[in-house]
Design a protein around this ligand. Structure first.
Ligand code: HEM
Length: 457
């Protein structure tokens, strides 16, 4: 990091952030405590601005609230699924409706726009599509990488995961995307976009780094040109083809084309690849970390992996990978302890009486679900700081285990993220023994960033 970057990060983290915190403190509702207590909710004080760390330590006040909310006492069924129609992803804390890129991506879309786009995108993540992708792409390329061969990779469903030897251009851009949230120069943008959305849209202001949007704009443009000239019949099970064909199916048949085709495609390429990349990267890294620290688990997992290869004539196939039960247990326990996303949010769309309490939520109320608080709750996970894959040997955890969240707004790429992680671990364990080095952080520390994902140092 250059000196200039260090100074700007320092100012944004230690000065500006606290000014914003002070602003929110001054405009806070003084009756918050009363409101919680009158509704029978344990109030532990304001959620710290360092929320990610708090969630790791499980001390967020919302944790107590969500315990009530998440579980239906009668059926044990998750309310994130059952009452999903009453909630949506929050827009109210920081509205980016004026951001001409972010507002068009699936992650930020709301209502009907989100519903029809998600329905199209989801068709690329069904088990049969994942299998198709696995058969077509994974085998040959994964072997090539393990042999250390570097080659230009196509931007497709698998590009979002496994790593080659050094940071590629793609990886540098992904890092840039995350750091753009911490950049002092970009701090004025979220505020400006929030308060002057129309001006922001007019001047095409976005919080995403210019280099990142340019990269995805070019990738999208090549696809648009190709399809115009019919140069290439593209396999739809690929991010670029998927986003482009979705746009065509949703908007191209209209009497007048939406004028923002290029931006919509850019937004959804960023909005699909970047959440996929960072999260899967964190999960794979954290699996390697826990395996290095727990040789007994590593040996047992290696036995399972070797047995898989031996029973399949040294081949790799999806059915066999899906049957590795110990692999699932190890990954789930890693996800419990080191969830790549620490918190998810919901906005209440209509009046909602929280079952089993006197609390009635109003439309517009925002709820945070601190995944770490839940995953480290002694009631569900005794000795939560201890890595123990056996916790996941029994029945599924339902509402107490939410690394990919639940309900209609859950993670669209869950199957893909899990599969990529399994493939990576199979190949690493077959070829290497993982051990901690003198640089290994014990316990792990996370990068202090404003980005809602957890990034191990
Ligand atoms: C270990 C890997 C991953 C983890 C832990 C993870 C976790 C999550 C979480 C917690 C959410 C928020 C859900 C909510 O608000 O309820 C989410 C949303 C999302 N994820 Fe993932 N994710 C992973 C991999 C992926 C992959 C591989 C893709 C794409 C291929 C992906 C694409 C998305 C998208 C597009 C959304 C927004 C969905 C919507 O708003 O409809 N994620 N993810």
């Amino acid at each position: 990091m250059s000196l200039r970057e260090k100074i700007t990060t320092l100012i944004s983290n230690y000065v500006l952030f606290h000014i914003v915190a002070l602003y929110f403190y001054l405009i806070r509702n003084p009756n918050t405590q009363e409101y919680f207590e009158s509704n029978g909710i344990l109030y532990l004080g304001d959620v710290s601005i360092d929320y990610a760390k708090d969630f790791i330590n499980g001390i967020s006040s919302t944790r107590y609230w969500m315990k009530v909310y998440l579980q239906s006492s009668k059926t044990g069924e998750s309310r994130l699924r059952r009452d999903a129609s009453k909630f949506d992803r929050p827009h109210t804390l920081l509205s980016l409706k004026g951001d001409y890129i972010v507002s068009k991506s699936l992650v930020w879309m709301q209502g009907e726009d989100w519903k029809k786009t998600r329905t199209k995108f989801v068709s690329a993540f069904t088990p049969s599509k994942i299998k198709h992708n696995f058969d077509q792409n994974c085998r040959a390329k994964v072997y090539a990488r393990c042999g250390g061969i570097r080659h230009i990779r196509p931007l497709n469903l698998e590009t979002a995961s496994l790593q080659t030897c050094g940071p590629s251009r793609f990886e540098q851009l992904s890092a840039k995307f995350v750091f753009s949230f911490d950049n002092f120069g970009n701090w004025w943008k979220p505020g400006f976009i929030q308060w002057f959305p129309q001006i922001a849209t007019y001047f095409k202001i976005t919080i995403i780094d210019k280099e990142v949007t340019e990269f995805y704009r070019n990738v999208g443009q090549i696809e648009i040109n190709n399809s115009k000239e019919k140069k290439e019949v593209r396999d739809k099970n690929d991010f670029v083809g998927l986003v482009h064909s979705t746009w065509q199916e949703l908007y191209a048949s209209h009497v007048v084309d939406r004028p923002d085709k290029e931006e919509w495609i850019t937004a959804n390429l960023c909005g699909m690849v970047l959440p996929a990349y960072k999260t899967t990267q964190t999960l794979i890294s954290m699996c390697a970390y826990v395996l290095a620290l727990h040789q007994d688990v590593q040996d047992k997992l290696r036995e399972e992996v070797n047995a898989l290869f031996e029973s399949n004539g040294d081949e790799f196939n999806l059915a066999a990978v899906s049957q590795m039960t110990y692999m699932d247990m190890v990954i789930n326990e890693t996800l419990r302890m080191y969830s790549p996303i620490g918190v998810v949010g919901r906005t209440c769309k209509t009046k909602y009486a929280v079952p089993d309490t006197t609390l009635v939520l109003k439309a517009g109320d925002v709820i945070f679900i601190p995944l770490y608080g839940l995953h480290y709750d002694e009631e569900y996970y005794p000795n939560p700081g201890v890595f123990d894959p056996e916790r996941f040997s029994g029945a599924s955890k339902n509402f107490t285990f939410l690394p990919f969240s639940q309900g209609p707004r859950n993670c669209i790429g869950m199957r893909m993220g899990m599969l990529e992680t399994k493939i990576a671990l199979c190949h690493v364990l077959r070829n290497f023994k993982l051990t901690p080095s003198s640089d290994t952080l014990i316990p792990m520390k996370f990068v202090n960033t404003q980005f809602p994902g957890m990034d191990p140092e």
